[in-house]
Design a protein around this ligand. Structure first.
Ligand code: MRU
Length: 351
């Protein structure tokens, strides 16, 4: 995607194949800094510290981390240990396990001497696949957006949460891909961006992406979402996902569920845009079965370098919540737009 006049991806293989280059998302929007990751440790740290984040991107970064680990030792035992180390960095987004499994399943049947190169080639292919997948999600989502009519004024009002844009993937994004394509196609729209406390991915990342692309947008406090939905200032909500169960329950950034409840109460369509790699057919009931990452309470207790509470106060910081399938209008994937209840029967293994 564009930053100024140049085209960027959130992760690229270094020209000499010694590692990958990522955008350090912890310093955006103030600094655009690229970091080189050259080992399993570098990749695991980048995911855990959220220098890279977003379900598809942590999957690709984890895959490269496993490929780099195989250069240090390619035995089955070392490969499985590297897989486990990377998979433990963040628990909710299933794309991480999906990508690590792809690499492990590719290399285990091969002779040891071929494993590292084969893994590296697969990672490059997975990165390209991610770009094509997100572009396809964008095309299907554009059809959805074109079917909506603005309730007030002459432009569509889309609300999003967290960052499900190109920074969360290799390129294009999931929830933002339809918005970019609609904007480029001349569909008049405006995006309500919720700041996404405590880590502010909406404010720091989504607003930055949209600004770089020239998409009209307005930042709101997370708590303003219900107010805008109630006043018919939102034509649709469009978010990403970190894990989708077989029955269509969706884990996404904390605060998604409250938006879905408000949208449902006011008849506002609620769309989830995600690749098939986000679907976990081993789970049914998202609320009881999806592991929810609990992050440091300091992310809640501190804001802009200053503590906002008395020192005695403790904080609880779940990073994701689960929106039950019945609150969703549809799930937009690279294979098309589905009713949430159709996830299982449309799975690639069944069609
Ligand atoms: O904690 P994060 O920033 O990794 O959470 C990201 C999200 O919740 C995104 O909405 C989700 O991963 C979809 S990204 C295309």
């Amino acid at each position: 995607m564009r930053i100024g006049n140049t085209s960027h991806r959130s992760i690229t293989a270094l020209a000499d194949a010694s590692g990958v280059s990522i955008i350090d998302q912890t310093v955006l929007p103030h600094q655009l800094t690229r970091l080189s990751l050259k080992s399993l440790h570098d990749c695991a740290h980048a995911i855990a510290a959220m220098q890279v984040r977003g379900a598809p991107l942590i999957g690709i970064t984890g895959a490269y981390g496993l490929a780099l680990a195989l250069r240090e030792g390619a035995s089955d035992a070392l490969a499985r240990t590297a897989h486990a180390t990377l998979n433990a960095t963040r628990p909710t987004a299933v794309n991480l396990r999906w990508a690590l499994d792809r690499v492990l399943n590719c290399v285990l049947p091969l002779p040891l001497a071929q494993r590292a190169d084969a893994a590296w080639a697969l990672c490059n292919a997975l990165a390209e696949e991610d770009v094509a997948t997100n572009r396809a999600i964008g095309e299907h989502g554009l059809t959805v957006l074109r079917s909506l009519k603005p309730k007030c004024g002459d432009r569509l009002q889309i609300m999003t949460h967290c960052n499900a844009g190109w920074l969360a993937t290799v390129d294009w994004g999931t929830a933002l891909a339809p918005i970019y394509l609609a904007h480029d196609a001349g569909v008049p729209l405006h995006v309500w961006v919720s700041e996404t406390r405590p880590r502010n991915q909406g404010a720091a990342l989504t607003a930055w992406e949209l600004a770089q692309h020239g998409v009209p947008h307005t930042l709101i406090a997370d708590n303003a979402s219900g107010h805008l939905i109630q006043r018919a200032e939102v034509d649709a909500v469009m978010v990403g996902a970190d894990r989708i169960t077989a029955r269509g329950d969706v884990a996404n950034k904390i605060g998604t569920y409250m938006k879905a409840l408000a949208a449902h109460a006011h008849g506002v369509p609620f769309y989830v845009a995600a690749p098939w790699s986000t679907i976990d057919l081993t789970l049914q009931d998202g609320v009881s079965e999806i592991p929810i990452e609990s992050r440091s309470g300091d992310e809640v207790l501190w804001f802009n370098g200053a503590r906002t509470t008395p020192v005695q106060t403790q904080a609880f910081n779940p990073a994701f919540d689960v929106t039950p399938a019945h609150l969703l209008t549809a799930i937009i994937t690279e294979r098309g737009t589905l009713a949430p209840g159709d996830v299982q029967k449309s799975s690639p293994s069944l069609v």
